[in-house]
Design a protein around this ligand. Structure first.
Ligand code: SR1
Ligand code: MG
Length: 384
């Protein structure tokens, strides 16, 4: 079947033709609230499915920004790859069509998108540890350290994802640091933004981070791991939407998730964010070390101290990537509800300014920061 954007009617027809549901009545709703895809939730009696289809352009911008449909295939492949090492943390994939760029997967509507849940006052006590564990397992097991260089290259070739990487390169590392059309700068932040744009040293550090992003193929990344890409409840966590998956630096997903924990401070407070960041990083480190001890291949496993060096570099890179993400979500194309939803203009500007300042601080100080220094930074914030 050739590609056509599905409708609520044709989404049901596809599931019937594939035998997932019968010919009788079924309900279907398009529930996609992301920037790029159509998402249909189909129900028939006890049966429930999600059918997600890629659009050939960026929905958030319109047809003027064409995008490859290949990303749907990459997304389902990444979900299956992650399921090999962390099955409890991803939805089950039932079927995928390369031609029609859709995937049929498990309906997770018993859970809530974490960003929405946090803003509504929900608490996810296990989230930070779960994501630390998910990342440590999937990043380690898709890396050279677990697979060896030949097998790793065999896996990596599925994840050639230039269009989606290009979005990240532009929207995270380029546009927010110059006067680009995609930027969305709230009135009142002009001076803060000018200061960022005119800081040549900062731009050099950001260019180093972009160079890492484009050249360092450590492991299979999710590529867009923000709190809108995670479903959770008090005891369950599932990562969705890895359409930006590609082989990139260990620190990228770690930094993205950390940045979105920082954004959550407007909803859950700095104290809670501080403890979540600590749990997240500590879990990442301990699970990565466990995996290394049991599964690292020669010659890496025989190099004393190598795992310490890898973890140290990951953390420094993660701080830098978190800094870039904080800045781009504050003044770039894809803002976050954590900031935009703050009703008082004065409070919103304070929060946005703080996000920009924290972003700059993390980029500049990434090589010397450690967990202790980060805790001190948060302690100052709490005392503010
Ligand atoms: C044009 S897409 C804008 C953003 O939405 C996605 O979720 C990614 O974060 C991307 O940068
Ligand atoms: Mg997404």
């Amino acid at each position: 079947m050739t590609y056509q954007a599905l409708t609520e009617r044709t989404a049901v027809e596809r599931l019937q033709a594939l035998g997932f549901i019968g010919q009788g009545e079924a309900s279907c709703e398009e529930i996609g609230d992301g920037n790029l895809n159509l998402v249909f939730r189909v129900r028939q009696g006890e049966k429930r499915f999600i059918l997600k289809q890629a659009l050939p352009y960026a929905k958030v911008v319109g047809e003027s920004w064409p995008l490859s449909l290949e990303r749907a295939w990459i997304e389902q492949a990444a979900l299956k790859e992650f399921a090999k090492f962390a099955p409890a943390f991803v939805p089950h994939v039932y079927h995928a069509s390369k031609e029609e760029a859709f995937t049929v997967m498990e309906d997770l509507s018993h859970l809530t998108i974490v960003r929405h849940g946090l803003l509504a006052g929900e608490v996810y006590p296990l989230l930070a540890g779960h994501i630390g564990s998910f990342l440590a397992k999937t990043l380690f097991h898709t890396s050279d350290f677990a697979l060896g260089p030949v097998a790793k290259k065999g896996v990596a070739r599925t994840y050639y994802n230039p269009d989606l990487c290009d979005i990240t390169e532009k929207l995270i590392f380029t546009d927010p640091f110059c006067d680009a059309e995609t930027n969305q700068i709230e009135e009142g932040l002009e001076q803060d933004v000018e200061a960022i744009w005119s800081d040549r040293e900062l731009r050099r550090e950001v260019a180093k981070l972009e160079a890492l992003f484009v050249t360092k193929g450590d492991a299979l990344l999710h590529g867009d791991l923000h709190t809108g890409s995670i479903f959770a409840s008090a005891d369950e966590t599932r990562v969705i939407d890895p359409e930006f998956a590609f082989y990139g630096p260990f620190g990228f997903d770690v930094g993205q998730f950390m940045a979105h924990l920082f954004f959550a401070s407007s909803a859950i407070g700095e104290e809670r964010v501080r403890s979540d960041v600590e749990t997240f990083l500590a879990t990442y480190e301990s699970v990565f070390r466990e995996r290394w001890e049991s599964f690292a291949v020669a010659p890496f496993r025989d190099a004393d101290g190598l795992v310490d060096d890898v973890l140290k570099t990951t953390l420094a890179d993660a701080f830098g990537f978190a800094g870039c993400e904080l800045i781009r979500r504050t003044i770039g194309l894809a803002p976050v509800a954590d900031l935009e939803g703050i009703e008082s203009k004065a409070e919103r500007i304070v929060r946005k300014r703080h996000a920009l300042q924290t972003g700059v601080f993390l980029i500049r100080n990434r090589l010397t920061l450690d967990l202790q220094a980060l805790k001190e930074l948060f302690a100052q914030e709490v005392a503010r």
